[in-house]
Design a protein around this ligand. Structure first.
Ligand code: GLY
Length: 394
């Protein structure tokens, strides 16, 4: 048995950032993952998009996302200094364009919603869109410009975090976590490839697989599931980039995004599919993504297709993450980030550190409190009991 101050389960962007922060606070930390940095964080596009990802009914999450994007430049600066590796943060803003008249009507409504929340976004007429991005199709009907929505090169970010983690003295354990070890009803460590790693704090940051690890009582298992996203990478010429900023589009009701990298390549994503842990790449997804992307940027047809893969986002019942104390002592959750894992990594690590230091989640992180699902379960049980006693439940 080996003992640490904290064991972090999962080495994607959330686990890496959290392990780095915990080690920075002077703790002995182990980071455990059989396949480090190979999951959703690797497949991702790296958008930091609180405005263009905001959906109706997710106002609390949007507030958290805005807080996180504001902290990203300082975080990137600190990480690059600690690791010596650039992360490719870019802040040219994001343009969300409409391919036809009904897409435009939808975006106009969306802009009203964004304005009601005080977001920094504005209408960009068709001509102005093409001035910003000359390769946009002539038929594009205008769009929303979100100047604060940024992007980071997620693969460089993972490399930079891995180096910072290594330099901060974290013990890397390349093993699968089979089970939590529990003592007198609280989590006291993990079993990883037959070896026990003991710690008073275990941080669960295993993305969608956070619900798959044995050893927790049923009520303490986080309600996360895999949500498949198929995504493509196209190679372009660095000197003649087809885009200078992230383009998102509504193309005849179908959503697509195009994220340009410094080397001229473009990431095109992504499907949203409820198919369990299936990571196959399908012809239909490839066709749909390329069709929709080329509707708004026809020049994409000329680029070389270099990668097609599927990642599994960790989805939660309300699309907000679960960050904070679990319902069993000794376990802190940092999972369920769904579409915003890269964006929320620094904020999540800050919240986890606060929980480990003070035992409670800071007020600004209220939207991620895992306790909200326990309260819902209790309501459901009470409602079922009521219906059973009144006879209305038959
Ligand atoms: N945040 C982009 C996606 O989940 O596809």
């Amino acid at each position: 048995m080996t003992s640490y101050d904290a064991v972090v389960v999962g080495s994607g962007v959330i686990g890496l950032t959290t392990a780095w922060r915990l080690a920075g606070s002077g703790r002995e930390v182990a980071l455990v993952d059989a396949h480090p940095a190979a999951g959703a964080s690797y497949a991702a596009a790296g958008m930091l998009a609180p405005v263009t990802e905001a959906a109706w009914g997710e106002e609390e999450l949007a507030e958290l996302n805005l807080r996180s994007v504001a902290g990203w430049p300082a975080f990137a600066h600190e990480l690059e200094a600690a690791s010596g590796c650039a992360v490719g943060l870019r802040n040219e803003g994001t343009l969300l364009v409409a391919a036809d008249g009904s897409d435009r009507a939808y975006l106009e409504e969306l802009l009203d919603y964004q304005s009601s929340l005080g977001f920094e976004s504005s209408w960009c007429p068709a001509g102005a869109c093409r001035e910003l991005e000359p390769f946009l199709a002539p038929g594009v009907r205008g769009g929303i410009f979100a100047k604060g929505d940024a992007q980071v090169d997620n693969r460089r970010l993972l490399g930079s975090l891995a180096e910072a983690v290594r330099r901060s003295g974290v013990t890397l354990v390349a093993a699968a976590v089979d089970a939590f070890s529990t003592v007198a009803g609280h989590v006291a460590g993990v079993w990883a490839s037959g070896r026990e790693l003991e710690a008073p704090t275990v941080v669960l940051a295993a993305g969608w697989a956070s619900s798959e690890i044995a050893g927790l009582p049923p009520g303490a298992v986080p309600p996360v599931r895999p949500v498949k996203g198929q995504i493509l990478r196209l190679r372009g010429a660095p000197r003649e980039p087809v885009l200078t900023r992230t383009i998102r589009a509504l193309a005849q009701g179908s959503s697509v995004y195009l994220v340009p990298r410094g080397d001229g390549s473009v990431v095109v994503g992504a499907t949203t599919e409820e198919r369990g842990d299936d990571v196959s790449v399908t012809a239909g997804a490839l066709y749909t993504l390329l069709r929709d992307a080329a509707r708004v940027v026809p020049a994409l047809h000329e680029l070389e297709l270099v990668e097609a893969r599927a990642g599994l986002r960790p989805g939660s019942p309300d699309n907000a993450p679960l960050v904070g104390p679990a319902s069993i002592d000794g376990l802190v959750l940092a999972t369920g980030h769904y579409r915003n894992g890269i964006l929320l990594a620094p904020t999540t690590a800050e919240a986890v550190l606060a929980v480990v230091d003070h035992g409670t989640l800071p007020g600004w992180a209220h939207a991620c409190d895992p306790g909200r699902f326990a309260a819902r379960r209790a309501d459901e049980v009470a409602a079922a009991r009521y219906l059973a006693t009144t006879g209305d439940g038959s």
